[in-house]
Ligand binder design. Sequence first.
Ligand code: DX5
Ligand code: ZN
Length: 216
Amino acid sequence: MILAPSILSADFARLGEQIAQAERGGAGVVHVDVMDGHFVPNLTVGPVIVKAVRRATQLPIDVHLMIENADRYVDAFADAGASWISVHVEALPHLHRTITHLKSRGVRAGVVLNPSTPLSSLEEILPDADYVLIMSVNPGFGGQKFIPGSLDKIRRLRRSIVDRKLATQIEVDGGVDAGNVRTLVEAGAEVLVAGSAVFDGGDPEAGARRLLEAAR
Ligand code: DX5
Ligand code: ZN
């Protein structure tokens, strides 16, 4: 399993330090939540913060775009140092073009599904995606409760990836904590995003370590 702390819950005044602490606790990638106030009801950060994170760590940066017109911005995020970029199927009419473009830029390309979006919407794009991000909360805010149905969705996705002999990774985002992390890994999730569970206690190193231990 790869732990992906979401900096949404970090102390932005001490961002570099907080990322270094999470890294010491075992974090494998840094998850950056980009929100535009249109696709989701919240505003967060843009490429300038990705650039700052790039200088602060050697870990891959996993950019989760919760924005409209993502095609207009993916190059700016790739230029800023994003290693992985995921886009929502609900927001893009020409998803195949976007995914192909990301891969041509050497970026790992992910496809994200909101809780109410069925797995069937992945049917055609699944072989092209490097990973699928299953939202286990409605995107927009950290600290929300895990939606229980997401667990079965991950199991069904895992089964279909195996049946189709694909290498697609499954990432899960929202309400991940020490109480559910193990079940999620058993269901087939390989990359686990966690914001409040890592940063809310004020000790990201301990928060990250606790999650990784709970997953074992
Ligand atoms: C939600 C974001 C998540 C969020 C997770 O819209 O995509 O990455 O920061 O936060 P927690 O782990 O607190 O649910
Ligand atoms: Zn996210």
